[in-house]
Ligand binder design. Sequence first.
Ligand code: BG6
Length: 469
Amino acid sequence: MKYQAKLPQDFPKNFLWGASTSAFQVEGAANEDGKGTTVADLRAQKSKYLDTSVSVDHYHHVDEDVKLMAELGLKSYRFSISWARIFPHGNDKKPNLKGVEFYNHLIDSLVENNIEPIVTIFHFDLPQSLVKQYGGWASRKCINDYYHYAKTLFQLYGDRVNYWLTINEQSLLANVPSMNGITDIDADTLHQKGEQSNYNMFVAQAKVYNLCHQILPNAKIGPAVSYMTTLPYDHTSIDALKSKQLEDMIGFIDMDVALRGKLPNYYLRYLQDNKIELDIEEKDQAIFKDGKADFLGLNWYSTSIFKLNEQSNPKMLTGVISGVEKISDERIMNSEWDFSYDPQGLRYALQKVNDRFPNIPIIITECGWPEKEKLENGEIHDQKRIKYLNGHIYQLREAIKDGINIISFNPWSFIDLLSVNDGMDKRYGLIYVDRDNFNAKQLHRYKKDSYYFYQKVIQTNAKNVKKCE
Ligand code: BG6
């Protein structure tokens, strides 16, 4: 018998070419129409230059922005709902009608323009009141409040939203507890609370996967995971082991729990080594087993290289594994923001995910290039971003030819927005917004060169993308 292999050769016709944002990074109107304060608002107020009160004012420019999406030709738009716009205190008896209406309008406008909404339920903006009431995610009470909030969203918008993302970059929230409003405590307590929050978020998500399957049987739900390619600096097993441990602890942990329904052994070992005891309940095991994701949302930006350094022993983030440091390596071009340009890193990362979870549908929920930019004659010639998009889309097609089930690409970001730490200095958008950190100006929108490049990508199903190794 003769056998001819038949793997896909290109992006499928129904591929969801999209773009991505999150609520507090674009909406503004932080105190309008009944919205409650979030931990992101407070963090911004402390910084003095992260302006969530106006941001890029998507709240008041929503019609203009959706028009720009339609003209771009988007097939999907990934955005988040602000929990505190729906429930100002996080767990109010009734939802805030003005908030409900804003998202109804946005979702209706997207659907009218044949743009598939991909909705993140929670993206870095916990209602501050929940921190005040019981410490936020560090308390198991938050599991029920998140569940109730997610249920409300399913009931309100489930008739039009087919793709749901539970929590954005949980591993980051676990390793930087201040992002969840957990502050002013000593390092060990912070560590303990960070991991308890992590666990509570795992339980909450498992419950919500299950709930979604019950009440919206046609919808799909998954996590939006922070994932980067990690490479060892030296050809030594110890560097390889350390970079693998980082990859597990930052990227795979959220995927493993979402798809395998239990805490992985490398995480149990980590908890044990750090003498962290979790508050768990017997019923949790069954919750994990019954609540699994349908797809993976991957936030992938770049590759990082790691080297053994016995002296390095921080408790958080890159220090989730002690004794390792990140190296800036000239073999992969670094941007001003310490990002690497490594499109093959994306293909390699996707292969690893597919090896671990064969044929799992993948949505690229973020992927983007940051720049400092200045408007000149109403134009932005963002050639590096075009190069970045071209390279990564080329390698995405290669990954599809490898047989990997990628269904959507949503670069970060649709429009310029507030970078988490660098505000308007660090821009990712396909559209320029004329404002800076301290002056909101008129907030006029200008299409960058990358907007036109990506428009062509969508029109031609990426036929304009050039070969890129
Ligand atoms: C991801 C987040 O971590 O990276 C986004 O999901 C964030 O919210 C993006 O904006 C880029 O990071 P930064 O720090 O440049 O805003």
